[in-house]
Design a protein around this ligand. Structure first.
Ligand code: GNR
Ligand code: NI
Length: 167
């Protein structure tokens, strides 16, 4: 297992569109293990492979209080979405920035599990938000890109200032 470095917005590599996984090889299993370790250590409730500079359609999520319910979603697709909710979102690739984003209230996701079996997950609330946030990453989209252009400009300025302080 290994902790992986997380790309920071506005790194252009966060804009890459991830490719489907064709085979659940040892390298994919290792990636999932390392992503889970990286997510729990951060700590975060989800992580997309894009954020660790691997452009494959792999997501890990754990929204449980007890942090013992790891979900691994390979090649996820939303087959149904309904309703709407507004949730205060954060992102490990945009540290220290939180803002409200409107998303579907309920999603039905189809994906492959680590054994290559097709699964269907019916999710609502925070889990539904997290699935949508992570699939956005696989499409090259970070939650701040769903905010107004004025907010995006302010966020970039704030992150640049933070980077100068830490440098
Ligand atoms: O840890 C995370 N928390 C979170 C809170 C509200 C909405 C979405 C998220 S996902 C985020 C981890 C992350 O950046 N995943 O890509
Ligand atoms: Ni994120």
């Amino acid at each position: 297992m290994a902790l992986l470095p997380i790309l920071r917005f506005p790194d252009p590599r966060l804009k890459r569109v991830a490719a489907p996984v064709n085979e659940i090889s040892d390298s994919v299993r290792r990636l999932v293990c390392d992503m889970a370790e990286t997510m729990y250590e951060a700590p975060g409730i989800g992580l997309a492979a894009t954020q660790v500079n691997v452009h494959k359609r792999v997501i890990v999520i754990d929204t449980s209080e007890t942090k013992d319910r790891l979900l691994v979603l390979i090649n996820p697709v939303l087959v149904d979405v309904s309703g709407s909710q507004v949730c205060e979102e954060g992102c490990l690739s945009v540290p220290g920035i939180y803002d409200k984003v409107e998303r579907a209230e309920r999603v039905v996701a189809r994906y492959l599990d680590l054994d290559g079996n097709g699964q269907t997950l019916d999710a609502e609330g925070l889990l539904a938000v997290c699935i949508q946030h992570e699939i956005d990453h696989l499409e090259g989209k970070v939650f701040v890109e769903r905010l107004s252009l004025l907010k995006q400009t302010r966020i970039k300025a704030k992150l640049a200032k933070q980077a100068r302080i830490t440098a």
